[in-house]
Design a binder for this molecule. Structure first.
Ligand code: GN1
Ligand code: MG
Length: 365
């Protein structure tokens, strides 16, 4: 058993006694541990939250608490199981949502949900559709949540803000890499206006603000043994923003035939059957409450979020690799090229993406 710098039994109100602790998952941001207890007591997940990326962890935990409380209310009304269909935050012994250790690190625990399946990739339109349903249901249950959430990642998908960061980094050029990426810089600059134009619709209220998840990759969904969506996990980034971000980021991650950092660009393109699968599942849960302007911008949001990712990887490269963990000096540039290839593939297929969204919506009405 590994030993942790925090004593979970002493600081968290867990049931039972700890039997084993092991690291869990491949997370690039937090440190995650699986806590196994003796006998029939529940098991737990314990995380040290990354305070370099998350600057407002107490507010983040408040957001998670608000969202899970609302979800549980909805799940109970529908006769579901609130301990399996939503995350349950395990409080500290003094009733708090997190424990702050002597180094100023924040720890949080939640119940482990057992007997579930997770996937790293959506390898069939059916599975993509289930994933779309998962995020759609999550947004639908939260659509009437009135309590505002704290903005714990200011400007996260705000393109105006991203371009301010971009302009700053380019002006500073702190490690002299700008000269090597003139062509890539042009990829960003040539799309500046059309990308900011989408965010302007959020600023004007044309596209409404709702509760959003902001990390909608398929590995953040737990499925039950029958293959149905059970629970959406990893709520660190729940925010008030536009639901298009969640749809767009899911399309970016689900439909990519290659890897986010694929060195072989021939592997990278948008799989249109997966696009259709996700869109069908997602809209089956959300078409009843989405506004026309949200529906009209769905296909564009996939380009928007993929573009944003190109910008963020390239910006981190120019900045000297301060945000994303990298395997080598060129890693952020490899990611930039791979995501740009995906963006180009979306641009080539854009008319068809729009047509699929329209047809799916029409079939549902
Ligand atoms: C980060 O590590 P992960 O996959 O949870 C990032 C996302 C990026 C993603 C790219 C808080 O998320 O926005 O899309 O990397 N999360 C944060 O792989 O910056
Ligand atoms: Mg995450």
């Amino acid at each position: 058993m590994i030993s942790l710098p925090v004593n979970i039994e002493k600081h968290f109100a867990i049931e039972g006694t700890v039997k084993k602790i092991r690291p869990l998952g491949e997370g690039l941001i937090n440190d995650t541990f699986f806590i196994e207890t003796e006998g029939d007591s529940p098991n737990y997940i314990l995380q040290r939250k990354n305070k370099n990326i998350f600057k407002y962890i107490p507010a983040m935990m408040e957001n998670i608490h608000k969202v899970t409380t609302h979800l549980k209310k909805k799940i109970i009304e529908k006769g579901g199981d609130p301990l399996r269909e939503a995350l349950t935050v395990t409080l500290t012994v003094d009733g708090k949502l997190y424990y702050e250790d002597e180094h100023g690190d924040y720890w949080a625990a939640c119940l482990f949900i057992d007997d579930t399946i997770t996937y790293e990739y959506a390898d069939s339109p059916q599975l993509a559709s289930q994933g779309g349903k998962g995020i759609g249901k999550f947004q639908a249950m939260l659509a009437d949540m009135k309590e505002p959430l704290a903005d714990i990642l200011p400007g996260f998908h705000n393109m105006r803000f991203r371009f301010q960061q971009w302009d700053d980094v380019l002006e500073k050029d702190p490690v002299g890499r700008k000269v090597k990426v003139q062509k890539e810089i042009e990829w960003i600059e040539s799309r500046r206006d059309e990308m900011i134009a989408l965010w302007a619709k959020a600023e004007s209220g044309e596209i409404p603000t709702r509760v959003t998840h902001n990390d909608t990759k398929i590995s953040n969904i737990l499925f039950d043994k029958q293959g149905n969506v059970l629970c959406v996990i990893d709520l660190d980034t729940v925010l008030s923003s536009i639901v298009l971000n969640d749809y767009g980021d899911a399309i970016r991650s689900y439909t990519n035939a290659g890897k986010e950092d694929d060195e072989n660009l021939d592997n990278v393109y948008i799989k249109m059957d997966i696009f259709e699968g996700y869109t069908t599942g997602y809209l089956s849960e959300t078409v009843s409450f989405l506004t026309q302007s949200e529906i009209d911008n769905l296909a564009f949001s996939a380009k928007y979020i993929t573009f944003e990712q190109v910008l963020r990887f390239l910006m981190d490269y120019i900045d000297g690799d301060n945000y994303y963990k990298v395997k080598n000096e060129e890693h952020n540039l490899v990611r930039t090229h791979a995501q740009y290839k995906l963006l180009q593939s979306m641009e080539e297929n854009y008319d068809q993406m729009c047509a699929i969204v329209s047809r799916v919506v029409k079939d549902m009405k």
